[in-house]
Design a protein around this ligand. Structure first.
Ligand SMILES: Cc1cc2nc3c(=O)[nH]c(=O)nc-3n(C[C@H](O)[C@H](O)[C@H](O)COP(=O)(O)O)c2cc1C
Length: 354
């Protein structure tokens, strides 16, 4: 075990499967990474509390290795009727093109964090990580009372310091390269665009906590660089999206393997919150509509029907193709093989004569 964080986590390799809520959030992916010596972390933010429970139990049934569970902390949001009506209009053409019923207003926009969190306390996963804020003091205390390691996500030095003051055990330092939604909570995502190379060493220097580097780390060269910057581990997200166990729909897989993979951008078009994905027709069409798109998670819930139908129909132009800036290095293989190759590359990169 290369360092104190890996010893605390009980992992042989300083690599985490980054939490990725949605399609890739499958117990088989987490257990494959954990069984291969990394830390499989699952993004459970979109799961009902019962599915969170089933997921934790499925991981435990398939592996006795450590793993992590990640939740979205609740955000303040408004279901603005005017914006919802405008957004329905923006979705309508896509629904017609996909041959599905007109967009509706869902009766629920997000799962209950309180209920999801109660399941976490009940099931006691070895690691709890979270994004979009700072857990409340009683929540951190309850996790620590159960010896659950608490990881908070920071996209700026100020966020890392705030998380440290709140008592988390480790910081995921998430650079602007990262795929999907980023955790920014003190300033908007668009104003928190610090690259991983600049963010990681500053958070290492500014806090006394172990740091997990995330964002644009897809192969072993990235992991080696993260360790050189002072991180004790690297979280690889996009680099595992093509793993067999992720079982992504074919249109998403094809997009990750095409030329467009080098053109990722930030968009609010699919969810109402800025997230990084491969540029496609839907996000281009909504590029100037920012102010008319409802808040996350309202827009996210409203676009779910379009995205599900597009996945079935193989229509990448209507999918949220979340991917980080180094997505062009992602490989299609079993997750254990991806991890082994990452480790071999990291070792090779670290043994260099200068
Ligand atoms: C498809 C996808 C879904 C994600 N979902 C979550 C999530 O549920 N919780 C979270 O903390 N981060 C989430 N992220 C961010 C990742 O945990 C991680 O920080 C990011 O993938 C790192 O950048 P990379 O994609 O370049 O490896 C997601 C990223 C992707 C690509």
């Amino acid at each position: 075990m290369p360092n104190a964080l890996c010893r605390r986590l009980g992992i042989a390799h300083p690599v985490l499967l980054a939490p990725m809520a949605g399609e890739a959030s499958k117990p088989a992916l987490a257990t494959a990474v954990s069984n291969a010596g990394g830390l499989g972390t699952l993004g459970c933010g979109y799961m009902t509390p019962q599915v969170v429970r089933d997921t934790i139990r499925a991981i435990r049934a398939a592996s006795d290795k450590p793993f992590g569970i990640n939740l979205f902390l609740p955000l303040n949001w408004t279901a603005d009727p005017a914006k919802m009506a405008a957004y329905r209009g923006m979705l309508a053409a896509a629904h017609a093109d996909l041959g599905i019923a007109e967009p509706d207003i869902p009766n629920k926009f997000e799962e209950s964090f309180i209920e999801q969190f109660a399941v976490v306390l009940d099931e006691v996963p070895p690691v709890f990580s979270c994004t979009f804020g700072i857990p409340k003091p009683d929540e951190i205390a309850a996790l620590k009372a159960r010896n659950i390691l608490v990881v908070g996500t920071a996209t700026t030095v100020a966020e890392a310091k705030a998380l440290e003051a709140a008592g988390v055990d480790a910081i995921a330092a998430q650079g602007a390269e990262a795929g999907g939604h980023r955790g920014s909570f003190l300033a908007p995502v668009e104003q928190s665009m610090i690259g991983t190379m600049a963010l990681v060493p500053q958070i290492v220097s500014a806090t006394g906590l172990p740091v997990i580097a995330a964002g644009g780390i897809t192969d072993g060269r990235g992991v080696a660089a993260a360790l050189c910057l002072g991180a004790q581990a690297a979280a690889v997200g996009t680099g595992f999206l093509l793993a067999d166990e992720a079982g992504l729909n074919q249109a998403y897989r094809t997009a990750l393997q095409g030329e467009g993979v080098h053109d990722t951008t930030l968009t609010r078009a699919f969810s109402g919150r800025s997230a990084r994905g491969i540029r496609n027709a839907f996000l281009e069409k909504l590029a100037g509509s920012g102010d008319d798109i409802p808040d996350y998670p309202v827009a996210n819930a409203m676009s779910r029907g379009m995205r599900a139908a597009a996945a079935k129909a193989g229509r990448a132009e209507y999918l949220s193709l979340w991917a980080g800036q180094a997505a062009g290095l992602a490989r299609a293989a079993p997750a254990a093989e991806i991890l082994q190759r990452i480790m071999a590359e990291a070792r090779a990169a670290l043994v260099q004569d200068l």
